[in-house]
Design a protein around this ligand. Structure first.
Ligand SMILES: Nc1ncnc2c1ncn2[C@@H]1O[C@H](COP(=O)(O)OP(=O)(O)OP(=O)(O)O)[C@@H](O)[C@H]1O
Length: 353
Protein backbone atom coordinates (compact mmCIF):
# COMPACT_ATOMS: atom_id res chain seq x y z
CA UNK A 1 0.00 0.00 0.00
CA UNK A 2 1.16 3.54 -0.48
CA UNK A 3 1.60 5.69 2.58
CA UNK A 4 2.39 9.27 3.29
CA UNK A 5 4.79 9.63 6.11
CA UNK A 6 4.34 11.95 9.05
CA UNK A 7 7.96 11.73 10.12
CA UNK A 8 9.71 14.93 11.13
CA UNK A 9 13.37 15.55 11.82
CA UNK A 10 15.11 15.10 15.17
CA UNK A 11 15.44 12.04 17.35
CA UNK A 12 12.48 10.83 19.39
CA UNK A 13 14.04 7.60 20.64
CA UNK A 14 17.68 6.60 20.81
CA UNK A 15 19.12 3.28 21.88
CA UNK A 16 22.85 3.76 22.25
CA UNK A 17 25.21 0.80 22.40
CA UNK A 18 22.69 -1.25 24.38
CA UNK A 19 23.78 -4.71 25.53
CA UNK A 20 21.99 -7.40 27.51
CA UNK A 21 23.16 -10.85 28.43
CA UNK A 22 21.07 -13.74 29.78
CA UNK A 23 23.54 -16.22 31.31
CA UNK A 24 25.89 -17.16 28.48
CA UNK A 25 23.65 -15.70 25.86
CA UNK A 26 24.35 -12.22 24.48
CA UNK A 27 20.78 -11.21 23.55
CA UNK A 28 21.75 -7.62 22.64
CA UNK A 29 25.28 -6.78 21.63
CA UNK A 30 25.80 -3.03 21.36
CA UNK A 31 22.51 -2.19 19.65
CA UNK A 32 22.24 1.34 18.22
CA UNK A 33 18.90 2.63 16.98
CA UNK A 34 17.55 6.13 16.35
CA UNK A 35 13.88 6.82 15.65
CA UNK A 36 12.57 10.14 14.31
CA UNK A 37 9.41 11.69 15.74
CA UNK A 38 6.35 10.06 14.18
CA UNK A 39 8.38 7.33 12.55
CA UNK A 40 7.34 3.69 12.43
CA UNK A 41 10.39 1.45 12.63
CA UNK A 42 9.96 -2.30 12.24
CA UNK A 43 12.56 -4.54 13.85
CA UNK A 44 12.80 -7.64 11.72
CA UNK A 45 14.92 -10.70 12.24
CA UNK A 46 14.97 -14.42 12.94
CA UNK A 47 13.81 -15.89 16.20
CA UNK A 48 16.19 -15.14 19.05
CA UNK A 49 18.01 -12.19 17.42
CA UNK A 50 16.99 -9.84 20.24
CA UNK A 51 13.99 -7.93 18.84
CA UNK A 52 11.71 -8.45 21.83
CA UNK A 53 14.55 -7.79 24.27
CA UNK A 54 15.18 -4.42 22.58
CA UNK A 55 11.48 -3.53 22.85
CA UNK A 56 11.25 -4.66 26.47
CA UNK A 57 14.30 -2.62 27.42
CA UNK A 58 12.77 0.45 25.81
CA UNK A 59 9.53 -0.25 27.70
CA UNK A 60 11.38 -0.65 30.99
CA UNK A 61 10.26 -4.28 31.37
CA UNK A 62 13.88 -5.40 31.17
CA UNK A 63 17.12 -3.70 32.21
CA UNK A 64 20.09 -3.19 29.91
CA UNK A 65 23.51 -4.29 31.20
CA UNK A 66 25.07 -1.28 29.51
CA UNK A 67 24.23 1.48 27.05
CA UNK A 68 21.77 4.35 27.14
CA UNK A 69 18.09 4.77 26.29
CA UNK A 70 16.99 8.30 25.45
CA UNK A 71 13.42 9.40 24.83
CA UNK A 72 12.98 13.00 23.72
CA UNK A 73 16.66 13.52 24.51
CA UNK A 74 16.34 12.37 28.15
CA UNK A 75 18.01 9.31 29.59
CA UNK A 76 15.17 7.17 30.96
CA UNK A 77 17.27 4.48 32.68
CA UNK A 78 15.80 5.34 36.08
CA UNK A 79 12.23 5.92 34.95
CA UNK A 80 9.99 3.00 36.00
CA UNK A 81 7.71 1.24 33.47
CA UNK A 82 4.53 3.01 34.53
CA UNK A 83 6.12 6.43 34.07
CA UNK A 84 7.72 5.82 30.70
CA UNK A 85 4.70 7.05 28.80
CA UNK A 86 4.63 4.18 26.36
CA UNK A 87 1.66 2.31 24.93
CA UNK A 88 2.14 -1.40 24.36
CA UNK A 89 0.39 -4.14 22.43
CA UNK A 90 1.61 -7.72 22.55
CA UNK A 91 0.88 -10.85 20.57
CA UNK A 92 -1.39 -12.45 23.15
CA UNK A 93 -4.59 -10.60 23.74
CA UNK A 94 -4.01 -8.97 27.06
CA UNK A 95 -7.50 -7.62 27.76
CA UNK A 96 -9.15 -8.06 31.14
CA UNK A 97 -11.86 -10.67 30.56
CA UNK A 98 -14.24 -9.23 33.16
CA UNK A 99 -14.21 -5.73 31.64
CA UNK A 100 -16.02 -4.62 28.47
CA UNK A 101 -14.08 -3.17 25.54
CA UNK A 102 -14.68 0.41 26.65
CA UNK A 103 -13.82 -0.43 30.28
CA UNK A 104 -10.58 -2.05 29.11
CA UNK A 105 -9.62 1.12 27.27
CA UNK A 106 -10.61 3.27 30.24
CA UNK A 107 -8.50 1.16 32.54
CA UNK A 108 -5.27 2.68 31.23
CA UNK A 109 -6.67 6.14 31.88
CA UNK A 110 -7.39 5.57 35.58
CA UNK A 111 -3.98 6.76 36.66
CA UNK A 112 -4.51 10.03 34.83
CA UNK A 113 -6.44 12.59 36.79
CA UNK A 114 -9.53 12.83 34.62
CA UNK A 115 -13.23 12.77 35.46
CA UNK A 116 -15.08 9.50 34.86
CA UNK A 117 -17.09 11.18 32.09
CA UNK A 118 -13.94 12.46 30.34
CA UNK A 119 -12.36 9.01 30.57
CA UNK A 120 -15.44 7.35 29.10
CA UNK A 121 -15.55 9.89 26.26
CA UNK A 122 -11.88 9.39 25.44
CA UNK A 123 -12.23 5.59 25.55
CA UNK A 124 -15.19 5.70 23.14
CA UNK A 125 -13.29 8.04 20.80
CA UNK A 126 -10.37 5.63 20.78
CA UNK A 127 -12.62 2.67 19.97
CA UNK A 128 -14.06 4.71 17.08
CA UNK A 129 -10.54 5.49 15.89
CA UNK A 130 -9.67 1.79 15.70
CA UNK A 131 -12.98 1.03 13.97
CA UNK A 132 -14.72 -0.88 16.73
CA UNK A 133 -16.93 1.74 18.36
CA UNK A 134 -20.03 -0.39 17.87
CA UNK A 135 -18.54 -3.12 20.08
CA UNK A 136 -17.75 -0.88 23.05
CA UNK A 137 -19.97 -2.83 25.46
CA UNK A 138 -18.84 -6.31 24.40
CA UNK A 139 -16.67 -8.46 26.63
CA UNK A 140 -13.39 -9.83 25.19
CA UNK A 141 -14.80 -13.35 24.76
CA UNK A 142 -17.52 -11.86 22.52
CA UNK A 143 -14.88 -10.38 20.21
CA UNK A 144 -12.76 -12.01 17.50
CA UNK A 145 -8.97 -12.02 17.80
CA UNK A 146 -8.64 -9.09 15.40
CA UNK A 147 -11.28 -7.11 17.31
CA UNK A 148 -9.52 -7.80 20.61
CA UNK A 149 -6.26 -6.50 19.16
CA UNK A 150 -8.09 -3.35 18.03
CA UNK A 151 -9.24 -2.84 21.61
CA UNK A 152 -5.68 -3.42 22.85
CA UNK A 153 -4.47 -0.81 20.36
CA UNK A 154 -7.16 1.65 21.49
CA UNK A 155 -6.06 1.10 25.09
CA UNK A 156 -2.40 1.66 24.21
CA UNK A 157 -3.20 4.88 22.34
CA UNK A 158 -5.71 6.26 24.85
CA UNK A 159 -2.97 7.57 27.12
CA UNK A 160 -1.46 9.51 24.19
CA UNK A 161 1.87 7.80 24.68
CA UNK A 162 5.12 9.30 23.52
CA UNK A 163 6.07 5.96 22.04
CA UNK A 164 3.96 3.03 20.86
CA UNK A 165 5.48 -0.45 21.21
CA UNK A 166 3.98 -3.29 19.21
CA UNK A 167 5.42 -6.78 19.73
CA UNK A 168 4.15 -9.19 17.08
CA UNK A 169 0.62 -7.83 17.54
CA UNK A 170 -0.69 -9.61 14.43
CA UNK A 171 0.95 -13.01 14.60
CA UNK A 172 -1.93 -14.80 16.32
CA UNK A 173 -4.43 -13.68 13.65
CA UNK A 174 -5.37 -15.47 10.45
CA UNK A 175 -3.88 -14.21 7.19
CA UNK A 176 -6.76 -12.06 5.96
CA UNK A 177 -7.38 -10.29 9.28
CA UNK A 178 -3.65 -9.86 9.71
CA UNK A 179 -3.35 -7.89 6.47
CA UNK A 180 -6.47 -5.82 7.21
CA UNK A 181 -5.30 -4.90 10.68
CA UNK A 182 -1.76 -4.26 9.47
CA UNK A 183 -3.05 -1.61 7.06
CA UNK A 184 -5.32 -0.18 9.76
CA UNK A 185 -2.43 0.10 12.22
CA UNK A 186 -0.49 2.10 9.66
CA UNK A 187 -3.47 4.37 8.94
CA UNK A 188 -4.04 5.00 12.64
CA UNK A 189 -0.34 5.49 13.38
CA UNK A 190 -0.11 8.12 10.64
CA UNK A 191 -3.24 9.79 11.96
CA UNK A 192 -2.02 10.03 15.57
CA UNK A 193 1.64 10.52 14.59
CA UNK A 194 3.04 8.46 17.48
CA UNK A 195 6.64 7.24 17.16
CA UNK A 196 6.25 3.47 16.91
CA UNK A 197 8.49 0.43 17.28
CA UNK A 198 7.01 -2.68 15.68
CA UNK A 199 8.65 -6.05 16.30
CA UNK A 200 8.01 -8.80 13.78
CA UNK A 201 9.65 -11.81 12.17
CA UNK A 202 7.38 -11.45 9.12
CA UNK A 203 9.26 -9.68 6.36
CA UNK A 204 6.18 -8.83 4.31
CA UNK A 205 4.62 -7.19 7.37
CA UNK A 206 7.75 -5.15 8.03
CA UNK A 207 8.13 -4.03 4.42
CA UNK A 208 4.43 -3.11 4.12
CA UNK A 209 4.19 -1.13 7.34
CA UNK A 210 7.37 0.63 8.18
CA UNK A 211 9.04 3.91 7.33
CA UNK A 212 12.27 2.07 8.03
CA UNK A 213 13.03 -1.58 8.59
CA UNK A 214 15.86 -2.58 10.93
CA UNK A 215 17.10 -6.08 10.18
CA UNK A 216 18.60 -7.61 13.32
CA UNK A 217 21.09 -10.41 13.64
CA UNK A 218 22.63 -11.72 16.85
CA UNK A 219 21.74 -8.74 19.01
CA UNK A 220 22.63 -5.90 16.67
CA UNK A 221 21.32 -4.14 13.60
CA UNK A 222 22.65 -5.64 10.42
CA UNK A 223 21.05 -2.93 8.28
CA UNK A 224 18.40 -0.25 8.68
CA UNK A 225 16.75 1.56 5.80
CA UNK A 226 13.54 2.16 3.88
CA UNK A 227 11.69 -1.00 2.86
CA UNK A 228 12.87 -0.44 -0.71
CA UNK A 229 16.51 -0.05 0.34
CA UNK A 230 16.38 -3.19 2.40
CA UNK A 231 14.86 -5.20 -0.44
CA UNK A 232 16.69 -3.70 -3.41
CA UNK A 233 20.05 -2.87 -1.83
CA UNK A 234 20.68 -5.40 0.94
CA UNK A 235 24.01 -4.58 2.56
CA UNK A 236 24.93 -8.17 3.33
CA UNK A 237 24.16 -11.72 2.29
CA UNK A 238 22.23 -12.20 5.53
CA UNK A 239 19.84 -9.34 4.69
CA UNK A 240 19.47 -10.48 1.08
CA UNK A 241 18.56 -13.99 2.17
CA UNK A 242 16.37 -13.01 5.08
CA UNK A 243 14.30 -10.44 3.18
CA UNK A 244 12.70 -11.85 0.06
CA UNK A 245 13.62 -14.86 -1.96
CA UNK A 246 17.07 -15.14 -3.56
CA UNK A 247 18.65 -17.65 -5.92
CA UNK A 248 22.13 -18.75 -4.91
CA UNK A 249 24.53 -19.09 -7.81
CA UNK A 250 28.15 -20.16 -7.81
CA UNK A 251 30.06 -17.30 -9.40
CA UNK A 252 33.49 -15.77 -9.73
CA UNK A 253 34.37 -12.26 -8.56
CA UNK A 254 36.83 -10.35 -10.73
CA UNK A 255 37.51 -6.66 -11.33
CA UNK A 256 34.57 -5.44 -9.26
CA UNK A 257 31.95 -7.68 -10.89
CA UNK A 258 30.78 -11.28 -10.61
CA UNK A 259 30.52 -13.77 -13.47
CA UNK A 260 27.37 -15.89 -13.18
CA UNK A 261 25.87 -18.05 -15.95
CA UNK A 262 28.02 -16.30 -18.57
CA UNK A 263 26.77 -12.89 -17.45
CA UNK A 264 28.82 -10.26 -15.69
CA UNK A 265 26.84 -8.64 -12.87
CA UNK A 266 27.77 -5.52 -10.91
CA UNK A 267 28.28 -5.94 -7.16
CA UNK A 268 25.99 -4.45 -4.53
CA UNK A 269 28.57 -5.08 -1.77
CA UNK A 270 31.96 -4.74 -3.48
CA UNK A 271 33.97 -5.15 -0.27
CA UNK A 272 32.57 -8.58 0.65
CA UNK A 273 34.68 -10.70 -1.73
CA UNK A 274 37.67 -9.08 -3.45
CA UNK A 275 38.24 -11.81 -6.03
CA UNK A 276 37.75 -15.52 -6.59
CA UNK A 277 34.84 -17.92 -6.10
CA UNK A 278 31.70 -16.47 -4.50
CA UNK A 279 28.01 -17.11 -4.04
CA UNK A 280 25.85 -14.56 -5.82
CA UNK A 281 22.32 -13.92 -4.57
CA UNK A 282 19.94 -13.12 -7.42
CA UNK A 283 16.29 -12.13 -6.99
CA UNK A 284 13.67 -14.11 -8.96
CA UNK A 285 12.64 -10.91 -10.74
CA UNK A 286 16.18 -10.59 -12.14
CA UNK A 287 15.98 -14.02 -13.79
CA UNK A 288 14.46 -14.40 -17.26
CA UNK A 289 13.32 -17.73 -18.67
CA UNK A 290 12.47 -18.15 -22.34
CA UNK A 291 11.11 -21.29 -23.98
CA UNK A 292 13.87 -22.53 -26.31
CA UNK A 293 14.25 -26.13 -27.56
CA UNK A 294 18.04 -25.63 -27.47
CA UNK A 295 17.99 -24.19 -23.92
CA UNK A 296 19.90 -26.00 -21.17
CA UNK A 297 17.23 -25.53 -18.48
CA UNK A 298 14.05 -27.53 -17.82
CA UNK A 299 10.96 -26.18 -16.09
CA UNK A 300 10.30 -28.39 -13.06
CA UNK A 301 7.55 -26.50 -11.25
CA UNK A 302 5.15 -23.62 -11.76
CA UNK A 303 3.44 -21.73 -8.92
CA UNK A 304 0.57 -19.47 -9.88
CA UNK A 305 0.56 -16.49 -7.50
CA UNK A 306 -1.81 -13.97 -9.13
CA UNK A 307 -0.60 -11.53 -11.81
CA UNK A 308 3.01 -12.65 -11.29
CA UNK A 309 3.99 -16.28 -10.85
CA UNK A 310 7.09 -18.32 -10.12
CA UNK A 311 8.70 -20.82 -12.41
CA UNK A 312 11.37 -23.20 -11.08
CA UNK A 313 13.96 -24.40 -13.55
CA UNK A 314 16.73 -26.96 -13.16
CA UNK A 315 20.09 -26.48 -14.90
CA UNK A 316 22.42 -29.29 -16.11
CA UNK A 317 24.56 -28.97 -12.95
CA UNK A 318 21.35 -29.51 -10.86
CA UNK A 319 21.17 -25.87 -9.74
CA UNK A 320 17.55 -24.89 -9.10
CA UNK A 321 16.63 -21.43 -10.33
CA UNK A 322 13.43 -19.59 -9.40
CA UNK A 323 12.25 -16.93 -11.85
CA UNK A 324 9.37 -14.51 -11.55
CA UNK A 325 7.28 -14.32 -14.72
CA UNK A 326 4.07 -12.64 -15.79
CA UNK A 327 1.28 -15.19 -15.32
CA UNK A 328 0.20 -14.46 -18.91
CA UNK A 329 3.32 -16.37 -20.02
CA UNK A 330 2.65 -19.52 -18.00
CA UNK A 331 0.88 -21.23 -20.93
CA UNK A 332 4.27 -21.29 -22.77
CA UNK A 333 6.18 -22.68 -19.78
CA UNK A 334 4.54 -25.89 -18.55
CA UNK A 335 6.73 -28.32 -16.54
CA UNK A 336 9.13 -30.14 -18.86
CA UNK A 337 9.63 -27.17 -21.22
CA UNK A 338 13.22 -26.60 -22.35
CA UNK A 339 14.21 -23.03 -21.50
CA UNK A 340 17.06 -20.58 -21.75
CA UNK A 341 17.90 -18.83 -18.47
CA UNK A 342 19.38 -15.33 -18.55
CA UNK A 343 20.13 -12.85 -15.79
CA UNK A 344 19.36 -9.15 -15.89
CA UNK A 345 22.52 -7.09 -15.36
CA UNK A 346 21.40 -5.59 -12.06
CA UNK A 347 23.67 -5.39 -8.99
CA UNK A 348 23.74 -8.48 -6.77
CA UNK A 349 24.99 -9.30 -3.30
CA UNK A 350 27.91 -11.73 -3.07
CA UNK A 351 29.28 -13.71 -0.16
CA UNK A 352 32.32 -15.94 0.14
CA UNK A 353 31.67 -19.31 -1.53
N1 LIG B 1 14.31 -13.58 30.44
C1 LIG B 1 15.15 -14.30 29.71
N2 LIG B 1 15.93 -15.24 30.26
C2 LIG B 1 16.80 -15.97 29.54
N3 LIG B 1 16.96 -15.82 28.21
C3 LIG B 1 16.22 -14.91 27.59
C4 LIG B 1 15.27 -14.10 28.30
N4 LIG B 1 14.67 -13.27 27.41
C5 LIG B 1 15.22 -13.54 26.20
N5 LIG B 1 16.14 -14.52 26.31
C6 LIG B 1 16.95 -15.06 25.20
O1 LIG B 1 17.56 -13.98 24.53
C7 LIG B 1 17.56 -14.19 23.12
C8 LIG B 1 16.83 -13.04 22.45
O2 LIG B 1 15.45 -13.15 22.76
P1 LIG B 1 14.35 -12.22 22.13
O3 LIG B 1 13.03 -12.64 22.69
O4 LIG B 1 14.75 -10.81 22.29
O5 LIG B 1 14.44 -12.61 20.60
P2 LIG B 1 13.44 -12.29 19.42
O6 LIG B 1 14.29 -11.82 18.29
O7 LIG B 1 12.36 -11.38 19.88
O8 LIG B 1 12.89 -13.72 19.09
P3 LIG B 1 11.38 -14.25 18.88
O9 LIG B 1 10.99 -13.76 17.53
O10 LIG B 1 11.55 -15.73 18.93
O11 LIG B 1 10.59 -13.69 20.00
C9 LIG B 1 16.89 -15.53 22.89
O12 LIG B 1 17.88 -16.50 22.73
C10 LIG B 1 16.11 -15.76 24.18
O13 LIG B 1 15.98 -17.12 24.43
Amino acid sequence: MTTTTAVSTGVAVRLENVSRRFGDLQALDGLDLDMSPGELVALLGPSGCGKTTALRILAGLEDADSGRILVGGKDIANVPVNRRDMGMVFQAYSLFPHLTAVENVEFGLRLRRQSAAARRRRARDMLDLVGIGTHADHYPQQLSGGQQQRVALARALAIQPQVLLLDEPLSALDAKVRIQLRDEIRRIQLEVGTTTLFVTHDQEEALALADRVGVMRAGRLEQIGSPEDIYRSPATGFVAEFVGLSNRFAGHVKDGGVEVLDTRLPLMNPGAVSSGPATALVRPESVEVTADPAGAGRVVAVSFLGPLSRVTVTLPDDTLVVAQVSSARLADLPPGTAVRVTLLPVPVVVSAA
